[in-house]
Write a protein that binds this ligand. Structure first.
Ligand code: UN1
Length: 482
């Protein structure tokens, strides 16, 4: 089994702490995918210093030249799609089809931001006065820290790294410890395009020993984080003390509204996809189906039938539709919310059993679960589960459905299934969410349009699309008298 190193100042180095941690396959915990550096504050210090040293030259490198590194990386990632997708499925547990889709998404992100190198433009704005020329230019923020989650092990590092680098920042990346190897491979590929040493640094290890000193480092000028809202709030507090920029993508409690005129087959498909694909482990996952009472019975029958037919198992088997939870803790969380739901009066209509026999014996498998009669104020209806557990709730009518959908503290994604354009657009207007999906699953986003949420789901400038450069650059305003 391979031991993987940190990338600091252009060199692959062991951690000063001389310790490693295992990257474990969640479908078969006997399979250790690799050993990674269990780094500490001294490694973080070295990585930030290297990034700071590399900043002056990289920030002065023409942006189109910076972009070409991303294009080369895109070509290499594309060439290695099969290998990277297999590694992703093996360390994260999403199905091989989803893993291939994610690697392809990474390719597109790299291509898109490569082009951004020749579009990093400012504005020319008319002056009130004669013979004054005013314009703005963008410049990099400086050393940026990127802290990424395990559930999109290549796409999320990619959609933070690519804009950070093309905008001229230098980077320290800390990937999540449950699935760090795909991110490490991406860094390897980027480094092999000939990035100058210190421009891109990777330090693996825990949140406490790597994440915390990284976000607290005075030389880190911006932090982009995707993960839990508890950690996100902690990062915001730390960063506020030195006025560092933050971009936080946190939880969701996303609804799918099913109106009585909806194409029910499509509504069932959207709900099933966003509730159970990726084992429900997406911050854009649907965890509440809010259904108009006239179609609730029919919707539920079809949803349960489709869910029963799902093939759960080895994510690397192309037939599998749902793999395991990432680890024992995440599985326990799902089961705990299921019990809590029952205590609060909800009814389990399908699934929720741990699968432990035969091929499931060494993985974190659970059957996707559907509960009905979930009260809007109950914990199951309010808190993020991050697992394959769907609360189905009844709505009297459209207005009631919107009210229930909005009565949570999160606001990431929201889906509505209806053929009525007026209702759909009314929901676009009233939904308290950053992403609205009409007749589409709440999960599954594209890279070339902004991504982010409202309320407790996000803070700071949007990720992805043209909006991404707002976080990774500062604006300089120039006045010229001639
Ligand atoms: C998607 O739905 O395609 O961590 C992406 C997450 C989100 C990304 C969702 N930041 O689940």
């Amino acid at each position: 089994m391979d031991t993987h190193l940190n990338l600091i100042d252009g060199e692959w180095r062991p951690s000063g702490a001389a310790a490693t941690f295992p990257d474990v396959n969640p479908a078969d915990t006997r399979d250790v995918v690799g050993l990674l550096q269990d780094s500490g504050p001294a490694d973080v210090e070295a990585a930030v210093q290297a990034a700071a040293k590399a900043l002056p030259a990289w920030s002065q490198t023409p942006a189109p030249v910076r972009g070409r590194h991303l294009l080369k990386a895109a070509q290499e990632v594309e060439k290695r799609t099969a290998e990277l997708a297999d590694l992703l499925a093996r360390e994260e547990g999403k199905t091989i089809g989803e893993a291939k889709g994610e690697v392809t998404r990474a390719v597109r992100i790299l291509e898109y931001f490569a082009g951004e190198g020749s579009r990093l433009s400012g504005d020319v704005i008319p002056s009130e006065r004669e013979r004054i020329f005013m314009f703005t230019v963008r410049q990099p923020v400086g050393v940026v820290a990127l802290v990424t989650p395990w559930n999109f092990p290549i796409a999320i590092p990619c959609w933070k790294l690519a804009p950070a680098l093309v905008c001229g920042n230098t980077v320290v990346l800390k990937p999540a410890s449950q699935a760090p190897l795909t991110a490490l491979k991406l860094v390897e590929i980027l480094q092999a395009t000939g990035l100058p040493k210190g421009v891109l640094n990777l330090v693996t290890g825990s949140g406490a020993k790597v994440g915390a000193p990284l976000v607290a480092h005075p030389k880190v000028r911006a932090i982009s984080f995707t993960g839990s809202d508890v950690t996100g709030r902690g990062i915001a507090e730390t960063a506020a003390k030195r006025l560092a920029k933050v971009q936080l993508e946190m939880g969701g409690k996303n609804p799918t509204l099913v109106l009585k005129d909806a194409d029910l087959d499509n509504a069932v498909e959207c709900t099933l996809n966003s509730a159970f694909y990726s084992t429900g482990q997406r911050c854009t996952a649907t965890s509440r189906a809010i259904v108009e009472k006239a179609v609730l019975g029919e919707f539920l029958d079809r949803l349960v039938a489709k869910t029963k037919a799902m093939k759960i198992g080895d994510p690397r088997d192309p037939q599998t539709q749902m793999g395991p939870a990432i680890d024992a803790g995440q599985l326990e969380t799902t089961l705990r919310y299921l019990e809590q739901g029952k205590q609060d009066g909800a009814k389990l209509v399908y699934g929720g059993e741990r699968l432990q026999d035969g091929a499931y014996a060494h993985g974190h498998f659970v059957r996707p679960a559907i509960m009905t009669g979930v009260e809007p104020a109950s914990k199951l209806a309010q808190e993020e589960v991050f697992g394959p557990l769907l609360a189905v709730m009844q709505a009297d009518d459209f207005d009631h459905a919107v009210k229930v959908a909005n009565e949570v503290r999160f606001g990431l994604s929201a889906s509505i299934c209806t053929k009525d354009l007026t209702r759909a657009l009314e929901y676009v207007n009233k939904a308290e969410a950053g992403l609205i999906m009409v007749n589409l699953p709440s999960a599954g986003i594209e890279y070339q349009i902004p991504f982010g949420g409202l309320k407790d789901s996000s803070a700071g400038p949007r990720e992805q699309g043209p909006a991404a450069v707002q976080f990774y650059t500062e604006t300089k305003t120039v006045y010229v008298k001639y």
